[in-house]
Design a protein. Structure first.
Lengths: 256, 304
């Protein structure tokens, strides 16, 4: 897929809580095709500790209004600069990067997200819905504060939640939810993105039940386009770049 | 009209801007962004005799005004390059140099012998300065006798342009530069990355799997500039300057300090179009300052 470098205009910075924002970015021409699971390399203002671009997954796309959304968790200087952006600011993106989630061979799918990893699942869910598949989300967080923009997911599919403190939904991790505690799951394709530990147990569950499982990895990156070879992950075929061979991998391909 | 062409000891560049090994892939990764044949040259990813998996993850850490990497020369080997990459890249109208590395003199020789047969590859950049491999690599470039042995061996085999990439991780860079010139190098490029490290105070762990890695980016520019200047004082062969070049002004500074051409490295990760901006900026600088050709910039620093 062709890659682009474009300046986007920030049309909204929706603050969800003291840690997360959703940036809505508008392009002054038609958007190129963007697939669910792809990401952008975002140029933040250069500073002592912000030389490189930040890889951020594409949260949502609205072709008609020529807008994309990025869900940003403020975890360091670069993401804090993104969180401080205001309406009218310009943001330069190299995009769309990476492969994508595959099209399911089934109508019964489960989308499992944790923390900021819920980000790419919204756009995936929207695309599935367009294809006539009702996505079933299972979203986990530490507490109710960490469950981000649930309203957006509810518009697209069925939403199930877990919180570690039990403040909302099932108490515990996603793997403790009834959807994943059964030995006869109603779905046969899992898409997951979130902390490694979460994805590993989800992948293990999928393996035990012969369910196809695609995981979206996060890694430290420099280039985002497969030239620096910094963001490798261990696969059955050796080191592969998360940015170009991924970020989405079949869980059985990874050496987990 | 400014003449941007540069003659590196017989290797003709349409302008003084090349992209540095390991930061530009095989060039094809950038064709969505611009016409790569506008470049003076492309130094493709470090290539060894055999396939190398490289170092474990994590391989990268961002540091003040720079980054550390510890890739460890991951590549599929020279035979894969010849069968799968070369046909794809050979017809671009630019100089495609192959960065060659090895663990032993024999490995360097073997790769050089194979590259010598590639009609459309006008030169080798001999990497005797990679800080991220356990054996070979930088070890060859940090002592005069070993640098001499590898350059001497490759020179006997390789008939086209031989550029030798020098390590900054050394007491006196001019000695090695002088030594490799004596063995028949056609040019030298410098600097490779500076050996560095980063620690995460919270986890009390190093940020790289290999603990140490190579520092690049604007943080290294003053060191690179100094070494380019020192080397250009003592060798007659052209010096290709690199290390932290982010803008055309940076590139001009390297040329004024003595570089005949420059390479852009880490900046490619931040702005894929940076090389074009540097080419245009060098031209604009020449126009503004009354230079009719880019080559007049080489060594034009006023130092009295």
């Amino acid at each position: 897929m062709k890659k682009y470098i474009d300046d986007f205009t920030v049309v909204q910075n929706r603050r969800l809580n003291d840690e997360y924002v959703i940036l809505t970015l508008k392009l002054d021409r038609e958007l190129p095709e963007i697939l669910p699971g792809q990401f952008a390399e975002v140029k933040v203002e250069s500073g002592v500790n912000t030389l490189l671009r930040r890889p951020i997954s594409i949260h949502d796309v609205d072709e008609k209004s020529r807008e994309i959304k990025l869900l940003v968790q403020e975890i360091g200087e670069g993401t804090r600069l993104m969180g401080a952006l205001q309406e009218g600011d310009t943001l330069n993106l190299v995009y769309p990067l990476g492969n994508s989630f595959s099209k399911p061979q089934t109508k019964e799918v489960l989308l499992v997200g944790g923390g900021c990893g819920v980000a790419p699942l919204l756009y995936l869910g929207r695309k599935l819905k367009e294809a006539g598949i009702t996505p079933r989300f299972l979203l986990g967080a530490r507490s109710s504060d960490g469950l981000i923009a649930l309203d957006e997911y509810e518009k697209v599919g069925e939403v199930n939640v877990t919180t570690e403190d039990g403040s909302v939904g099932t108490k515990g991790f996603v793997i403790h939810h009834p959807l994943m505690r059964t030995d006869s799951p109603v779905y046969d394709h899992i898409y997951t993105c979130g902390p490694d530990a979460m994805m590993r147990v989800v992948a293990k569950y999928a393996g035990n039940h012969n369910i196809k499982c695609e995981v979206s990895l996060e890694n430290h990156m420099a280039c985002g386009i497969g030239v620096c070879l910094c963001c490798v992950t261990d696969t059955v075929d050796g080191h592969k770049c998360t940015c170009t061979d991924g970020p989405v991998f079949d869980s059985t391909y990874l050496k987990w | 009209m400014v003449d941007l062409t540069v003659d590196l000891n017989g290797l003709k560049l349409k302008n003084p801007v090349m992209t540095a090994s390991g930061t530009f892939g095989y060039g094809t990764e950038y064709i969505d962004f611009f016409d790569i044949s506008r470049l003076g040259g492309i130094v493709v990813k470090g290539t060894t005799l055999n396939h190398r998996e490289g170092n474990p993850y994590p391989r990268m850490a961002e540091t003040p005004h720079g980054m550390l990497n510890a890739v460890g020369l991951q590549n599929k080997g020279i035979d894969y390059f010849i069968s799968d990459i070369y046909p794809e890249i050979k017809d671009y109208d630019t100089n495609m140099l192959i960065n060659v590395s090895g663990s032993t003199v024999e490995e360097y020789e073997e790769v050089a012998r194979k590259v010598n047969e590639l009609e459309k590859i006008p030169g080798i950049e001999l990497n005797i300065s990679c800080p991220n491999v356990k054996e070979g690599g930088m070890a060859f470039g940090t002592s005069c006798p070993s640098a001499v042995s590898v350059v001497n061996a490759v020179r006997k085999i390789y008939k086209k342009h031989l550029m030798v990439k020098l390590s900054p991780n050394i007491t006196n860079v001019t000695e090695i530069a002088h030594a490799v010139e004596g063995e028949g190098a056609d040019s030298v490029s410098l600097i490779n990355t500076l050996l560095g490290m980063a620690v995460d105070a919270d986890s009390r762990r190093p940020l790289l799997s290999t603990v140490t890695g190579g520092l690049s980016g604007p943080a290294v520019k003053p060191v690179a500039l100094r070494m380019v200047w020192q080397v250009s004082q003592v060798v007659k062969i052209p010096v290709v300057g690199l290390g932290g070049i982010m803008t055309a002004t940076d590139a001009v500074e390297f040329m004024l300090a003595g570089a005949a051409a420059v390479q852009i490295g880490t900046a490619n990760f931040i702005d894929p179009l940076v090389s074009l901006k540097v080419i245009d900026g060098i031209e604009a600088y020449c126009t503004k300052h009354g230079f009719s050709s880019a080559s007049e910039l080489t060594g034009a620093m006023i130092s009295e």
